[in-house]
Design a protein around this ligand. Structure first.
Ligand code: ZN
Ligand code: ZN
Length: 398
């Protein structure tokens, strides 16, 4: 069985074990400036060194991780801090006279799993050790099944797509620039290149031995996730299996598409990994506005100015509609603000072709600015003949 050496993170960063978090941060920055790959292009040694100091910093700069590291002698995400502490206490209570106990070959990986056979460690008869399982059952939490990267479906994407007023009404093609994950062209989504080979870290066993104080124990190999097999990570996608791309997506807009409507483009979301299906692309349509027409659902609203004689006497006036000019009958005695409905002059319904909304015209009576004495005389004459007080109703309600 291969053995991984416990790493001396303090030595790597060149700080004392009693270093404060500030000292650790400074030491890391100093080392990082020196070994950063950008500063040492093509220098493999510097790259390795940079990885080492990054790993050391990752553990030592995190208070919880550092505590575990100090107690057990190495760090793994699978270690539960409470158990690490119990372990450290147990180590202290164990006394110096006890010979080092070698648990080499003992498989901890099944602890916590149901129905898993538990072994008896050497020295388990000693009372001061307590229950072996009590100490270690929590160190590796969760089951340690080798992580097989099976097919993973791609995630869905959601974008807002603005289409102009007329395209939304009449339908047509629209385009949108979308950032999406595409299957990596180098590894075809496999995340690795070349064949699968035996993991050099664990020599294919899937397990490595790590020292915890005076004890050795086996953990799943971090390089191959306990599978014993590994392959070269694809350099194009850095093992993601996908790359990010900006792509122009074309889509069809149905006639009558409303603001806020969702369009689903199947398989146009992010690409999946390892043969997983691509996600979908959801477009939320935002329809543009128009200077004259206001769209409310399938109805079109607009304001039409009319003269006093037109409103008073009634008239037929030309008004704009989304299909061009149309005649609107103004009934005699139409008031400003009154709404007139033009049936089926609105937008065709996207879901029910052939069915149209209405056009709703708000009448705005335009009062003439009188320029000459004759017109003013006619207006006075009109007032005398129609001696109405439009404010009577206001006072009646007081
Ligand atoms: Zn391995
Ligand atoms: Zn790739």
């Amino acid at each position: 069985m291969a053995t991984t050496q416990n790493k001396d993170y303090y030595g790597t960063l060149g700080v004392k074990k009693t270093a404060t978090s500030d000292e650790i941060r400074k030491a890391f920055r100093k080392a990082a400036r020196r070994y950063h790959p950008d500063v040492n292009p093509g220098d493999k040694k510097a790259e390795e060194k940079f990885k080492e100091i990054s790993e050391a910093n990752d553990v030592l700069s995190d208070e919880k991780k550092r505590k575990v590291y100090d107690q057990v002698g190495f760090y793994s995400d699978q270690i539960d801090p409470a158990t690490a502490e119990a372990y450290a206490r147990q180590q202290g209570a164990g006394g110096g006279s006890r010979p080092p106990v070698d648990f080499d070959g003992f498989d901890f990986s099944g602890f916590g799993g149901p129905g898993h056979q538990t072994g008896q460690p050497a020295g388990a008869g000693s009372q001061s050790w307590g229950s072996f399982k009590d100490i270690f059952s929590g160190i590796f939490s969760g089951s340690q099944q080798p992580q097989q990267r099976g097919p993973q479906p791609g995630t869905d994407l959601e974008y807002q797509a603005t289409v102009d007023f007329w395209t939304a009404i009449r339908g047509g093609q629209a385009r949108l620039q979308v950032n999406r994950h595409e299957t990596c062209p180098t590894c075809h989504g496999q995340a690795h290149t070349g064949g699968v080979m035996q993991c050099p870290e664990c020599n294919g066993t899937g397990q490595v031995t790590q020292m915890g104080g005076r004890m050795k124990f086996n953990i799943p190999c971090p390089r191959c996730n306990g599978t014993g097999r590994t392959s070269n990570t694809c350099v194009t996608c850095h093992g993601e299996g996908v790359v990010s791309r900006s792509e122009a997506v074309e889509f069809r807009i149905k006639p009558g598409t409303r603001d806020g409507q969702r369009i689903r483009l199947q398989g146009k979301g992010n690409a999946g990994v390892n043969g997983g299906a691509a996600g979908d692309l959801f477009l939320i349509v935002r329809t543009g506005t128009h200077p004259v027409f206001t769209r409310v659902g399938d109805d079109i609203q607009l304001t039409v100015p009319v003269t006093v004689p037109e409103a008073s006497l009634g008239a037929k006036v030309d008004v704009p509609t989304i299909d061009g000019r149309a005649q609107l009958k103004i009934p005699p005695g139409t008031q400003s603000g009154q709404k007139l409905r033009m049936r089926e002059r609105g937008v065709e319904n996207a879901g029910r072709p052939g069915q149209r909304g209405d056009q709703i015209v708000t009448v705005e009576v335009v009062v003439p600015t009188l320029q000459d004495e004759r017109s003013r005389e006619i207006m006075r004459e009109l007032a005398r003949l129609n001696n109405q007080d439009p404010r009577t109703a206001l006072f009646d309600k007081l």
